[in-house]
Design a protein. Structure first.
Lengths: 234, 306
């Protein structure tokens, strides 16, 4: 099967710093992938290149077989790729419900039904009309997560979904991610919590200093010497 | 609340439409200018209150409308209502030309660019004497039309406020607010932020353009310094901030309160009102950045439509 997302030799530089250096990776549809690496290894920058928030300086990004590098983020989103951010980026002075409604372009009634269904899915229906900025950190994280699902994207990029989320909430979130896979969705997540990565991902990519260091099933990656060295030093 | 708001609004509109029957000339002119400020503050609110892109040169659209209307009346003898509407169209054209490059700028850079636009327009208008009369200004044929202009100004103030109501209660308006809240996230969530900003900018230019044309007709004489003053931009910003930016009724409230106070103080002390305005800016920014209505909405958890 053709990969849903394919990166070939993607490069991103900030002045003299090469944040992403010739990274190539390929994602098959219907699987959960992890992207790990020490701080500053280029994970978020790579996310930004894929979603169009940053323009890459070299290489090609193909989504469903078509080039998407150079497209604006809103165009990429409407092709079926959604993302969350490492730092929460809900719209604080919009209600939880409105945060979801702004995303879709389909009819109001249809969008509203979808939004209410998603709020029930994460048990936030009681807070639908509360300003997103008034919700707790974890609740905001959930709003951001379901906001991505409003348009039913095929590929979902999650930047540190587990950070700052309590255990109960985290388990709900992980269940939701697994449920997405069962519906044939593809997920790529950046995560520092190794338990989450090991329990969820089928394939893990390791970045270090902007380069892809390793790729493989979590069990293999965990014992890879280069990976251990990157994290803990020699 | 829901029941008496439309009733109260209807009563106010009815009173205002009957007002010229028994009003003095001063009363008419007072109200006419209040309508003008409502339209200006509300228009500024459409772009800056909703998207957070602060326009520091919004009087440029007012001046554009004033000169377009003035020229159409003096050179082509157009009737003033049509000429004023054409002023609105010209302001929108200007907004398109300026917005296309400038709305790609972020935050403070956009504010500075708009400030520059107003200065450049003033210089251009001063320079092209053949068309605009240059520094000597443009005298319009004498016409006593305070009452029709009163109605026209009132209509525009109501129309811009009605437009704001429609925008704020729609998903279009919510999307404009996402730009204010977090533009990067809005873009990542599929919102074509540039296009939305441009739409809001166009909408925000039409009102000042028409109102500028009506003011030109009302005053009968315009010159570059009288239709492009920075203080007009500052006044509309202060009115919108004071009443509550990003709300439907905030700019109306701010314009009514501040214009009334300004007129009352103005009558006694010419320069004191500038001092008062300065104090209000500082006070609002420090003590209640959301404005009167913003504070009330937050405190009593009122819906956006109030």
């Amino acid at each position: 099967m053709a990969p849903i997302l394919e990166l070939s030799d993607v490069v991103k530089r900030f002045g003299g710093v090469t944040a992403v250096n010739r990274v190539s990776l390929s994602l098959e549809a219907g699987r959960i992938y992890g992207l790990i690496g020490p701080n500053g290894s280029g994970k978020t920058t790579l996310f930004n290149c894929i979603t169009g928030v940053e323009t890459r300086d070299g290489g090609a990004i193909r989504f469903k077989g078509q080039r998407i590098d150079g497209l604006k983020p809103h165009k990429i989103f409407h092709r079926g790729m959604g993302r969350t951010f490492q730092v929460i980026r809900v719209f604080p002075e919009l209600t939880a419900l409105e945060n979801l409604l702004v995303v879709t372009t389909s009819g109001y009634t249809e969008s509203r039904a979808r939004a209410e269904e998603l709020l029930r899915f994460v048990k936030l229906e009681g807070l639908a009309n509360e300003f997103a900025g008034n919700l707790s950190y974890g609740q905001q994280k959930l709003v951001e997560f379901i906001r991505v699902l409003m348009t039913d994207p095929e590929l979902i990029l999650l930047d540190e979904p587990a950070a700052g989320v309590n255990r109960t909430l985290l388990n709900e979130l992980l269940d939701a991610v697994r449920a997405l896979r069962e519906r044939g969705k593809t997920v790529l997540l950046v995560e520092h919590d190794m338990k989450v990565v090991m329990g969820l991902c089928e394939t893990v990519f390791v970045l270090d200093h902007g380069e892809k260091l390793a790729e493989g099933p979590p069990g293999v990656i965990q014992s890879d010497e280069r990976v251990i060295e990157a994290y803990f030093g020699r | 609340m829901r029941r008496w708001l439309p009733l109260g609004l209807g009563a106010v509109l009815a009173l205002l439409s009957l007002y010229p029957l028994q009003a003095t000339g001063y009363g008419i002119r007072f109200m006419l200018q209040m309508f003008m400020w409502i339209a200006l503050a509300q228009s500024w609110n459409l772009i800056s209150g909703l998207t957070g892109y602060v326009s520091f040169g919004h009087v440029a659209f007012f001046g554009m409308g004033a000169y377009s209307t003035g020229i159409l009346i003096t050179r082509l003898a157009w009737p003033w209502p049509i000429a004023a509407l054409a002023g609105g169209v010209m302001a929108a054209v200007l907004a398109l030309v300026i917005g296309w490059p400038c709305l790609r700028l972020k935050g403070p850079y956009f504010a500075i660019a708009m400030l520059g636009l107003n200065e450049v327009l003033r210089v251009i208008v001063s320079y092209y004497e053949g068309l605009t009369g240059g520094g000597n200004g443009l005298s319009l044929p004498t016409l006593y039309a305070s009452v029709p202009i009163y109605y026209a100004m009132g209509l525009i103030a109501a129309a811009v406020t009605g437009l704001t109501y429609v925008v704020v209660t729609s998903r279009f308006g919510l999307r404009l607010m996402t730009i204010r809240e977090d533009e990067v996230a809005a873009e990542a969530m599929g919102i074509d932020t540039f296009r939305y900003k441009l739409y809001a900018f166009l909408l925000s230019a039409v009102g000042p353009g028409i109102v500028g044309g009506l003011a030109a007709r009302d005053q009968g004489y315009i010159e570059p310094t009288s239709v492009f003053p920075l203080i007009t931009t500052i006044t509309m910003i202060v009115m919108a901030l004071f009443g509550g930016k990003g709300t439907i009724w905030g700019p109306v409230l701010g314009a009514v309160l501040l214009f009334t106070v300004q007129e009352m103080v103005w009558a006694r002390f010419i320069y004191l009102h500038q001092l008062l305005f300065g104090a209000i800016i500082v006070g609002v920014v420090l003590l209640m950045p959301r404005g009167i209505l913003g504070v009330l909405q937050q405190k009593y958890n009122l819906p956006r439509t109030i």
